[in-house]
Structure formats: C-alpha cells, structure tokens
Write a protein that binds this ligand. Sequence first.
Ligand SMILES: [Zn+2]
Ligand SMILES: [Zn+2]
Length: 152
Amino acid sequence: MSEVKTNNPKRNTVQRKSVEQVIETAEGPLTVQEIHDIANAQCGVGIATVYRIVKALHEGGQIKCVVLPDGQNRYEAAHLGHHHHFRCRVCGRVFDLHMCPVSLPEGTTLPGGFVVDGHELTLFGLCPECVEKGLAAVDADLEEERACGCES
Ligand SMILES: [Zn+2]
Ligand SMILES: [Zn+2]
C-alpha cells in the first residue's frame, strides 16, 4: 500500500529552497549550470534535479527565462522590475544593471511612425573584477620591465 519509490520530501524541499535562494540572491541571470555549481556546493544536488526544479519554478511563474545574444538560457527572479543586463566579455558572467541608459519614453514615435512601448538591451564589456584583473596584469608587466635594470 505504501509507495516504494518516494523521494525524501524534506531533502527535496532543501534543494528547492537552495535553488530559489541562488536565483534570488544572484547578481544577474544564471544558466542552469551556474545555478547547479552554487546550489551543489550548498546542499549537494545533481544537475538533473536542478533542471527539474528550475523547470518547475519557471512553469510556476516564479522565475523568468532570459535569452541573451549568446543564445544561452538564463534564469532570474520574476519579480524584478525594469532592468538591463551586462555581459562580461572576459569571464562571461551576466550582471543586472539597476539603471536604464535608454531615454526613450513609452509612446515615443520614431521616424517612419513606429510607436515604441518597450525595449530590451544587453550591454557588453568588462565587469569590475575583470577590469581590476586587467589593470593588475598591466601593472605586473610594468613591474617586470622595471625589474630589468638595463637602460633601453
Ligand atoms: Zn568579468
Ligand atoms: Zn530600459
């Protein structure tokens, strides 16, 4: 009468909470792989389970799927307001930008008669960490040149 193959419901809840929290506290939308890396470190969860939880959260409307020009699906909390994304060309991470650089109010009519009621925008460049690493690398090069005592 009892089911043989029940998953441990307590463990399921822990894993689901962990995935929810990873998405909720992320600096930007995450791929399933990235969600898995963090959640797995927290509570030991397999990639297939993460896929299943992400799918359920998506179907439940708790999270949204974001597709950037690199074609990868990423996920973010559904309650975020108007915001944009910044993708770092070096480390590949995607960050939320809590500002809008587009001054194009809803209802603006563009030449040709196109009435704008929204926009999507992805910015590319270097994230602060990679900027710092890049500067550090330049500094290290300079140190090396300085270390060499010969006059050129
Ligand atoms: Zn970066
Ligand atoms: Zn905007």
